[in-house]
Ligand binder design. Structure first.
Ligand code: FES
Length: 111
């Protein structure tokens, strides 16, 4: 597992992200969706496991799920679990904040 810096500081997060608004990042060539919910960052694959839609075009509902804009499947942003188990879960990635910045953990099979 490799930790990759995605933000330099909390100030950068505040300028780039809004609460409950999906944000797309390309990290080493892979599209990742980042969500800030209740001031916690979550990261997961940006491609819907159902049929490949871009999840960062979706929305976050009151349950903390990302809702795919195509067929409405809902995934928990923390666990990646699809609410009705209609397809596989999202791959999620650990996020950590340190004095040096914010990092996302990726594995070699991710990239
Ligand atoms: S492509 Fe996402 S729910 Fe169908």
């Amino acid at each position: 597992m490799e930790w990759i810096k995605i933000f330099e500081s909390n100030d950068e997060i505040q300028t780039k992200l809004n609460q409950n608004t999906p944000f797309r990042m390309i990290i080493q060539g892979k599209s990742i969706c980042i969500v800030m919910r209740q001031s916690v960052l979550y990261a997961f694959e940006n491609k819907c496991p159902h049929n490949g839609e871009t999840l960062s075009k979706g929305s976050i509902n009151y349950l903390g799920e990302i809702v795919c804009p195509w067929h409405g499947y809902r995934f928990n942003v923390k666990t990646g679990r699809e609410c009705a188990e209609r397809c596989r879960d999202l791959e999620t990635f650990p996020v950590k904040e340190t004095e040096e910045g914010v990092f996302i953990a990726v594995t070699s099979h991710t990239l």
